[in-house]
Write a protein that binds this ligand. Structure first.
Ligand code: PLP
Length: 433
């Protein structure tokens, strides 16, 4: 099935072969997306996908490649590497639902992925593309979940993972996985944009394939999160899909995937997308609140403890705007306190997630209170990362030591303090009650 890369800008729409190693449009600098010539009748796909769940072949066990008919950018012969990504559960969470004012709520928990975030759904596709292009090395400029995921998939594929980060800006906690998975890490004496320009200059010469957030093949893999969710719901479309917004790659991916499913006739309507940002890093919220259409104005110093969405200049905003508009969606923003409390409530459900993911529940609570979301709405919220990604945050919250970036102490409304107990059975029994 022929696949192409197409410039996303409607005024340009330049086309490129899918085998060309480019990251942005050569004519206008715009974002690229994959485009396919779809078959006329796809009605057999859902049964085929369901059947593959019982197979032992790696490609069928993957919760991304099981749905390969909707991401047909490979010719079918190329090698690919799977760590059995996807396959993430849809978990009902009554306690979180009542906290938000909803009758029911379920979480699609992408933290159950091999490296603990949805980045794995995209990375298996990005690395497959790197292999098909004959690259030996892959790189990203990031210290977060992208690095962890890229390092794992590149090493598993026998490629060399390279991570570039600004010197002096290192957060070892976030890098631990990347180091363990064998990535070479360079701390460059320059800022993020300068490093990206540098790496792009070296990419061709050194056989490096870039797996940053604009990579269109990562977006393809992330589309399957929506396909898997609908498969798990027997194709019943929810009213809302709620997700946190950082660089807005996931918003773009969900929107594209859902629109394609609608065009293929596999669903009869689109769910509305609700994108939640942190107050200190909410340029997309600001953009969508403007009455006149304009360009996104970057937040120069983004601030939030939810580091995965601490992004002031999200690259995928033009795509995300189209997807929110197409779905009749909304963008909301939430405070540090709201994120922290929502996160503790998700923990109390026995589920847990990293801070950025909890923005979803905080946002739902606001949208229900404002009357935007009805209490009886059918809502799926996507938890993007695993609870153990940021244990320091958790300990501080529960011991009353969590501080917002501006220095204000965040109240641990749902704090669960560890207690010091005497070495005495009677007194301990009295404490337990
Ligand atoms: C990357 C990431 C996000 C942000 O996703 P975007 O696609 O950049 O909007 C949110 N949560 C977690 C845990 C992430 O790793």
């Amino acid at each position: 099935m022929p696949a192409e890369l197409v410039c996303f800008d409607p005024a340009c729409r330049a086309r490129y072969p899918v085998t060309q190693a480019i990251y942005t449009c050569e004519r206008c600098g715009g974002l690229l997306e994959t485009a396919y010539a779809w078959p006329a009748d796809v009605s057999a796909w859902p049964a085929l996908w369901r059947q593959r769940r019982t197979h032992n072949a790696a490609i069928d066990q993957s919760g991304v490649w099981r749905y390969r008919e909707v991401i047909p950018f490979l010719d079918g012969e190329e090698p690919l590497v799977t760590l059995r990504e996807g396959n993430t559960p849809l978990l009902p969470a009554p306690r979180a639902a009542s906290y938000a004012g909803l009758d029911a709520l379920s979480f699609k928990h992408q933290g159950f992925n091999p490296t603990g975030s949805f980045k794995d759904n995209g990375m298996t596709c990005g690395v497959a593309q790197a292999l098909r292009l004959g690259m030996q090395r892959v790189a990203c400029v990031s210290t977060g979940n992208t690095s962890a995921s890229m390092a794992a998939y590149a090493s598993a594929a026998g490629l060399e993972p390279l991570i570039f980060i600004p010197y002096g800006n290192i957060a070892y906690g976030k890098l631990a996985q990347a180091l363990e998975y064998g990535a070479r890490t360079f701390q460059v004496e320059a800022n993020f944009d300068q490093i990206l320009a540098l790496v792009r200059k070296l990419a061709e010469r050194l056989g490096i394939y870039l797996l940053n957030s604009i990579n269109p093949f990562r977006i393809e893999g992330q589309k399957t999160i929506m396909v898997e969710m609908l498969d798990q719901r027997d194709w019943r479309v929810p009213d809302w899909v709620v997700l946190p917004g950082g660089n807005l790659g996931n918003t773009s991916a969900f929107g594209k995937g859902l629109r394609e499913l609608l065009a293929l006739g596999l669903i009869g309507r689109l769910p509305r997308l609700a994108v939640i940002q942190a107050e200190g890093a909410a340029p997309f919220y600001d953009l969508m609140r403007q009455s006149a259409p304009g360009a996104l104005r970057a937040v120069e110093h983004p601030e939030t403890l939810a580091t995965a969405i601490k992004i002031g200049d999200p690259v995928s905003w033009p795509k995300a705007r189209q997807e929110v508009d197409a779905s009749g969606g909304v963008v909301e923003r939430v405070s540090e306190q709201e994120i922290a409390d929502a996160k503790a409530v998700i923990g109390q459900c026995g589920i847990g997630c990293e801070p950025a993911s909890a923005a979803t529940l905080a946002g739902i609570r606001k949208l229900v209170a404002a009357g935007t979301m009805r209490p009886d709405a059918d809502v799926v919220a996507v938890l993007t990362g695993h609870v153990l990604k940021d244990p320091d945050y958790i300990y501080r919250y529960h011991t009353g030591q969590l501080e917002a970036p501006d220095g204000t102490r965040l109240a641990g409304a749902f704090a669960n303090q560890p207690l010091v107990a005497p070495h005495d059975a009677e007194r301990l029994a009295a404490m337990i009650g």
